[in-house]
Design a protein around this ligand. Structure first.
Ligand SMILES: Cc1ncc(COP(=O)(O)O)c(C=O)c1O
Length: 470
């Protein structure tokens, strides 16, 4: 059955839900006119890289699962708004259920959290709460953390500092500890799956530092969070994921590895009482949830309320408007419907179908890394923690290596192999021997994100085309 047949069947079922209403047909422009405009749009969309194809192995782009596409499109017939129950009653409950499953994947049963427009918004909310809990204190993240952390802290007017990474692209613990020793740090962002190379910061040792220094720990798992379910990670990464439940907040993006259309991030807080920071009045949109206003004031910095006192209770009884615990107002109910449906089909459990597909991505990355390591024309970067491979071109100088990377990138694209370019510290390529790799310089290297399980069946072909392009 094609996606479109699945959708047609689901839409019929949805329309039957409203069959008791008097018949009414909306007025829209004629089908021919709409078909012509759609055809024009389809033609315009041809000016894209083929993100769905296994030979697209460049940036973080993964096609949504067919069921997510169908569920999203079906929900668009109603276009619910998950800001308030009045705008999206069913889809708000589906959001709560889907988010609860994501939290359970990390080992949290009691928490507060919701979907967001994406990873940036989700991290913004986590750092906004962190700033409230640790007023005036610095937020630190590795130099390989997503660039938006620094920008978010500027928006929030919070001080920010970057911590150097080691040769694996992970946060360097000695640098982190010297920053903590200054007493100025209030929040550490640990990235489990950096954007550049998929490196997993050493979460365990970072958490251990909390015995000596007081700080909040935020995990940015926007990219890598779902690898909590993978059983084929290296020891270091596996140990990091095992301790993820000890974080204060976690971000994970269903629109990256969660098979969802764009517009779907997720932020979670371990302490449900963090929901109180969102307290506000919106008299025109909330009709049913009175409890929020009775529950009182926001907590003092550093304070923690009893579990179950706030959002968890309201969620449980189905009377919480999600707009009461999120910074955004309107949010697509369709995102929640798509996510709920996908998780219903592919539950987030270790050993399940979803987990196995992620494992294939990591396997593909290990194979590509080994293909690259065995070819002397390349300088392989660190062994992949997840499913991203970075590699530089062998050359006497960093300048020449960067030039060659650009050349190979272009030639690979002309052979329908789409890779990405990235700027990395030369430290990630200790065997390169570049004579001009001075302090502060970056090398342009090649990067391949193997986030489609199909990549595993195509990795030899990817290697072949790469060799031809070199
Ligand atoms: C680790 C990490 N954090 C945050 C983000 C930002 O997410 P979004 O693009 O969904 O806003 C990204 C995006 O690639 C990311 O890789």
């Amino acid at each position: 059955m094609r996606d479109t047949d699945l959708l047609a069947e689901a839409l019929d079922r949805l329309q039957r839900e409203f069959a008791a209403l008097p018949a009414w047909t909306p007025e829209v422009p004629g089908e021919e006119r709409m078909a012509a405009v759609l055809a024009e749009a389809a033609q315009r969309l041809g000016d894209n890289f083929p993100y769905f194809h296994p030979l697209y192995a460049g940036q973080m782009l993964k096609p949504p699962h067919p069921i997510a596409r169908a569920a999203y499109a079906m929900a668009m017939w109603l276009n619910p708004n998950n800001h308030a129950l009045d705008g999206g009653r069913a889809s708000s409950r589906m959001e709560w259920e889907a988010v609860r499953e994501i939290a359970a994947m990390f080992g949290w049963r009691e928490f507060v959290g919701h979907l967001t427009g994406g990873g940036t918004l989700a991290n913004l909310e986590a750092l906004w709460v962190a700033g409230q809990m640790m007023p005036g204190k610095k937020i630190v993240a590795s130099e390989q953390a997503h660039y938006t952390h620094e920008r978010i802290t500027a928006v929030l007017r919070l001080p920010f500092a970057s911590i150097a990474c080691d040769e694996s692209g992970r946060m360097d613990l000695a640098h982190l500890e010297s920053a903590l020793a200054s007493g100025e740090v209030g929040t550490v962002v640990a990235t489990l799956g950096t954007t550049g190379s998929g490196a997993v910061d050493p979460l365990g040792p970072i958490l251990d530092l909390r015995q000596k220094y007081r700080f909040r720990l935020h995990v940015d798992g926007a990219y890598g969070g779902y690898f909590r379910l993978a059983s084929n990670l290296g020891d270091d990464a596996a140990r990091a994921f095992e301790r993820i439940a000890e974080a204060d907040s976690i971000v994970v993006d269903p629109h990256k590895h969660g098979l969802q259309p764009y517009g779907c991030g997720c932020v979670l807080f371990r302490d449900p009482a963090m929901g109180r920071w969102y307290k506000h009045d919106s008299p025109c949109t909330y009709f049913t949830s009175q409890e929020l206003h009775i529950h009182g004031e926001a907590p003092q910095a550093g304070a923690s309320c009893g579990v179950g006192s706030f959002a968890a209770e309201l969620f449980a009884e189905g009377s919480l408007h999600l707009g009461e615990i999120s910074l955004e107002c309107s949010r697509a109910g369709a995102s929640a419907v798509a996510l709920w449906t996908t998780q219903r089909l592919l539950p987030l459990v270790p050993g399940g179908e979803f987990a196995k597909e992620l494992e294939k991505c990591r396997e593909a990355a290990l194979r590509l890394h080994s293909i690259i390591s065995s070819d002397t024309r390349f300088v392989a970067g660190p062994a992949p923690d997840l499913d991203i491979v970075v590699f530089a071109m062998r050359a006497p100088t960093l300048t020449e290596s960067s030039r060659r990377a650009q050349e190979v990138f272009d030639r690979a694209a002309s052979r329908d192999l789409h890779l990405a370019l990235a700027q990395m510290p030369p430290r990630l390529f200790p065997g390169a021997g570049w004579t001009d790799a001075g302090e502060g310089r970056m090398v342009t290297c090649l990067r391949s994100v193997l986030m489609k399980p199909e990549h595993l069946g195509w990795v030899e072909q990817i290697g072949e085309r790469l060799r031809e392009a070199t």
